[in-house]
Design a protein around this ligand. Structure first.
Ligand code: ZN
Ligand code: ZN
Length: 379
């Protein structure tokens, strides 16, 4: 009897512990003129070769405080066999429809997408903001030739108004020795059938080649988890990790505004503590992350109290300034408070007037291997 009581008590405690919600919403500031919307552009479900129901993708997004997700099931894989085996009786739009309907009361925007899945070249492409996955499937299936099938599916997606992304160009299975931009990709790009490129895919990590191609060719950089299993199997939420995500700088919180922003290239990628994007977006983002709480002038110089209220760490290294003394290297983890002391190297000089001090942000990249130049303005 006593043993049962102890067991019952421990069960109650363990249930109470598991019922606690993990507070884990990602916090990213807006930048002037835009709201910052966080989202995942590449997700699979049981309707192709994934293992989770579409609602789970929405619940995962709620847990992480994401604003949007794209359901991008393969149009070639999985569903036909499941229909034939009697598991489902539906078409390829069903996974999006289930997620969209479930998300109506959750505040998560669900984008209708599909992954067109061919051999290399040209590999895999995501078409998002589409309205009919079946038409993409039919176009891809119209020929065994990979380039022709992909081009036909991309043209159909373009007809539907899609945003078109070359996925994981560095996927080991399709690019075993090196990441290569082939003539076939030039043809697709020249035909206006490539808007963006995945520079980060959770299965394959960061691709410096893809990042540089995006900068060179004016493609929107994109991140996708490409999750097939539940995300908790890959992301260490209990130790504060987040999935790789897109930071879309949109004019409003709507699907149309996300689409417009992606087409215009207003996207940054936040993945594994690093941020990738154009300097015009990243500099105001760092402004928003590093909140200057107070500026105190005193006999020796100036003390600047800075707070990082976001989920994004910032690593600064002194750069450019020879007139002032200040720490050469500073790391601001999420939630950090730090006081930066600045002294004039010319002892006779005072810091009464506004001045600026320069840094490189060592975990923010505007191109492959190129950190963001950043200036703190002291008023
Ligand atoms: Zn793929
Ligand atoms: Zn995929």
């Amino acid at each position: 009897m006593k043993r049962i009581s102890v067991f019952a008590l421990s069960l109650i405690f363990s249930l109470a512990a598991s019922a606690q919600t993990v507070k884990h919403a990602v916090i990213v500031p807006d930048i002037p003129g835009y709201v910052t919307l966080k989202g995942d552009m590449h997700l699979h479900t049981v309707f192709s070769d994934g293992t989770v129901w579409p609602c789970t993708r929405v619940e995962e997004a709620v847990l992480e405080g994401l604003d949007f997700i794209a359901i991008t099931d393969h149009v070639e894989l999985g569903l036909t066999k499941k229909i034939r085996d009697g598991f489902f009786n539906c078409d390829r739009n069903k996974s999006f429809e289930i997620a969209r309907d479930f998300a109506k009361n959750c505040g998560v925007i669900v984008i209708h997408g599909a992954e067109i899945t061919r051999g290399m070249p040209p590999g895999h492409f995501n078409a998002t903001f589409i309205n009919d996955s079946e038409a993409l499937s039919a176009a891809s299936a119209s020929t065994k030739n990979h380039v022709e099938g992909m081009t036909a599916a991309l043209r159909e997606a373009r007809r539907q108004g899609a945003f078109l992304v070359w996925n994981h160009p560095h996927w080991n299975r399709q690019a075993p020795n090196e990441t290569v931009w082939r003539p076939e990709h030039s043809d697709i790009y020249a035909a206006g059938l490539m808007d963006g490129i995945e520079i980060f895919n959770h299965c394959d990590g960061y691709s410096p080649e893809a990042h540089h191609w995006a900068v060179e060719r004016g493609l929107t950089i994109v991140s996708g988890t490409d999750a097939h299993k539940m995300l908790a199997s890959r992301v260490d939420y209990l130790h504060g990790a987040f999935r790789p995500m897109n930071l879309v700088f949109a004019t409003s919180r709507s699907e149309e505004a996300i689409h417009e922003a992606l087409k215009a290239g207003r996207n940054a990628v936040f993945a594994e503590g690093k941020v990738y994007g154009d300097a015009s977006l990243l500099a105001p983002l760092v402004d928003g992350i590093l909140e200057i709480v107070s500026v105190t002038r005193h006999a020796k110089g100036v003390s600047i109290k800075i707070h990082n209220g976001s989920s994004i760490p910032v690593q600064l290294e002194k750069s450019g300034s020879t007139d002032y003394g200040y720490m050469r290297s500073i790391t601001f983890p999420p939630g950090a408070d730090f006081t930066l002391n600045v002294t004039p190297l010319d002892k006779g000089k005072k810091l009464d007037e506004p001045f600026s001090i320069g840094f490189k942000v060592m975990n923010f990249f505007v191109d492959a291997g190129v950190p963001l130049d950043y200036t703190i303005q002291v008023k």
